[in-house]
Design a binder for this molecule. Structure first.
Ligand SMILES: N[C@@H](CCC(=O)N[C@@H](CS)C(=O)NCC(=O)O)C(=O)O
Length: 204
């Protein structure tokens, strides 16, 4: 059985959502970030980055949430993958784009505003992220214009990967409601049983 290291939060959240969407049995292994479990030698042997998520599938170890999701969807031949090489390339495009252009900026704001000490706070980093985010979100909003999902009218892995990046807005207390298509799409995804089972932000 696949083990996912990391609770249903942060970057591990998207791997839990995918497993629930696909109805795959898996084991969640708790890594208490507050207590520093991610830096223990036994965890660093699996993921030298000291971050969650990481999966162990028999003897195979994999980290990076987007790579994990692609591996799981491919291994179990999920219909959440594209129906062609081109559709799969578009899923990759949106996934890599969202982690870099959306999630990284949201985490930068959350880190600088709420997690860093006042002495360490980098106002320039906050400003850069606040300037860059609306441009990125506008690109996503335009893509969703007149469509139910990122690739059209079919829910795919791109929706899980990109939406879970946008949902990091909660950590940053970033308001994206001006982007009407994104707001509508997130509300629709939150009604899916998988997202409902893994509420974000976590309630546990
Ligand atoms: N790009 C990585 C990001 C992983 C990541 O940043 N994980 C955070 C939680 S969202 C973490 O484990 N942080 C612990 C730490 O920095 O000490 C992925 O998508 O898997």
């Amino acid at each position: 059985m696949i083990k996912i290291y990391g609770a249903k939060m942060g970057s591990a959240f998207r791997c839990h959502v995918l497993m629930l969407e696909m109805g795959i049995q898996y084991e969640e292994v708790k890594v208490d970030l507050g207590k520093g479990d991610q830096f223990k030698p036994e965890y660093l042997r699996l993921n030298p980055n000291g971050k969650i998520p990481c999966i162990v599938d028999n003897d195979f170890v994999l980290w990076e949430s987007m790579a994990i999701n692609k591996y799981i969807a491919t291994k179990y031949n999920s219909d959440l993958l594209g129906k062609s090489i081109e559709e799969n390339a578009l899923i990759d495009q949106w996934s890599y784009w969202s982690i870099l252009e959306v999630q990284a900026n949201l985490y930068s704001i959350a880190f600088q505003k709420f997690w860093a000490s006042e002495a360490d706070r980098d106002e320039k980093a906050i400003k850069k992220a606040m300037d860059d985010l609306p441009k990125a979100l506008k690109i996503l909003d335009n893509q969703l214009e007149g469509k139910e999902y990122i690739l059209g009218n079919r829910f795919t892995l791109a929706d899980i990967n990109v939406a879970t990046c946008v949902m990091a807005a909660d950590f940053a207390q970033y308001d994206y409601s001006a982007h009407k298509n994104i707001t509508r799409w997130i509300a629709k995804l939150n009604k899916r049983p998988s997202f409902e089972q893994v509420p974000f932000p976590p309630k546990e």
